[in-house]
Write a protein that binds this ligand. Structure first.
Ligand code: ADP
Ligand code: MG
Length: 363
């Protein structure tokens, strides 16, 4: 973590001018994020976090920054009022008072205060950690309930939209652009069966599933933990936008319940760790407090199925398209990821009743 990053002179000078950094400022890589470039900057004993926004993923960085500002300001007020018991990221404006600096090469940079004495975890190794993650992201959603939706725009339209993702899969299947459908016949047949899940999704929308301001990237490593294993602060606010809690809970389920990584080819080990599901549901419900409606509460297992299935569809779609979106390490990587996610989806589906019975307040 202490290795220094050598920035090119123009970037270094641009950042120094924007935030008034001294010539003694030192930059080091921070965290294992995959989207933005994140640096720890130490200047005269003061630690800050600098991030270069990935403007290929976030096409409207000004909107991302407006959202970040609205969200952090709101959370700060909730915390000050005693309604939110987690730390809040604090944006450090440029000397000109802007939330971000745009350098001469077109790169977008922003600065946060460094949250001290914290670490991230890349895998959910214990139910206690999974509980803390559920509680942290649940409390985050509850704290955002009072934020006016007009203040938070849709940074990536249809990001989790299951209907659009299914349409994209159908289009890739019929185009067969990379001539891979034959190799993926089994997975494509499984994916076509996903239409049944969409029917239930539509009934939820018709029944008035609440549209809230949600995080939309509830990965374990988007939470900072202290040394004792307590969640301290939610980070990575770029995808905060209107959505449903089911996307957030579902993505946590997708990434924390299976004992193996999403690209593991050890399919026999892909499955649902029930003690982790119980911890996740307990933590999320505790964190959400009064927020959850019965419709949301009763569909937490469905949420995990939905998001796991959608991500499986996206991996398969990308495989059929010739690997244009997800970074791959070998030619069948996306197909293997799809297989893994469909196996997890099958396990969640087969065990849905037993899992829902573990949700506090069920039955
Ligand atoms: N304010 C902060 N204080 C301490 N660590 C941070 C802070 N912001 C980010 N990090 C670390 O940097 C990592 C990447 O940041 P993140 O915003 O999640 O970027 P990405 O979008 O690339 O995932 C986080 O997982 C965390 O380890
Ligand atoms: Mg992140």
């Amino acid at each position: 973590m202490n290795d220094t990053v050598h920035l090119d002179l123009a970037t270094r000078n641009g950042l120094a001018d924007a935030w008034g950094l001294s010539p003694r400022a030192r930059f080091a890589p921070l965290g294992n994020g995959l989207i933005n470039r994140t640096l720890l900057v130490t200047d005269d004993g003061r630690r800050r976090v600098l991030q270069c926004l990935n403007i290929h993923v976030f096409r409207d960085p000004a909107l991302v920054m407006r959202n970040c500002h609205a969200v952090t300001a709101h959370l700060g007020r909730e915390r000050a009022a005693g309604r939110y018991d987690y730390s809040v990221l604090e944006l450090v404006p440029t000397l000109a008072g802007e939330p971000a600096a745009v350098l001469a090469d077109g790169s977008w940079w922003r600065m946060y205060d460094h949250v001290p004495d914290t670490r991230t975890h890349d895998t959910a190794d214990t139910p206690a950690l999974t509980f803390e993650a559920g509680r942290g992201f649940g409390a985050f959603a509850a704290a955002l309930a009072g934020l006016d939706h007009g203040n938070v725009g849709e940074v990536i339209p249809h990001f989790h939209d299951p209907v659009k993702r299914f349409e994209a899969f159908r289009a890739a299947l019929s185009a067969d652009r990379a001539a891979r459908v034959a190799q993926a016949r089994h997975e494509c047949d499984a994916a076509l069966g996903f239409a049944g899940v969409l029917a239930h999704w539509r009934t939820l929308l018709d029944a008035g599933l609440p549209w809230r301001i949600t995080h939309n990237d509830c990965k374990l490593n988007n939470l900072l933990f202290d040394a004792s294993g307590r969640a301290v602060c939610v980070v990575d606010l770029d995808t905060v936008m209107p959505g449903t809690l089911l996307f957030d809970f579902g993505d946590m389920g997708r990434t924390m319940l299976s004992p193996v990584a999403e690209d593991s080819t050890d399919i026999a080990r892909v499955g649902v760790r029930h003690e982790h599901f119980a911890a996740l549901a307990r933590g999320y419900i505790e964190g959400c407090g009064e927020l959850l409606t019965p419709l949301e509460h009763d569909n937490l297992v469905f949420a995990a199925r939905l998001v796991t299935g959608v991500i499986g569809l996206r991996f398969l779609t990308d495989y059929l398209d010739g690997d244009r979106y997800f970074r791959i390490a070998h030619p069948t990587h996306n197909l293997e990821r799809a297989r893994n996610q469909f196996a997890l989806y099958a396990a969640l589906t087969a065990q849905a009743d037993a899992l829902q019975a573990l949700v506090p307040g069920s039955g």
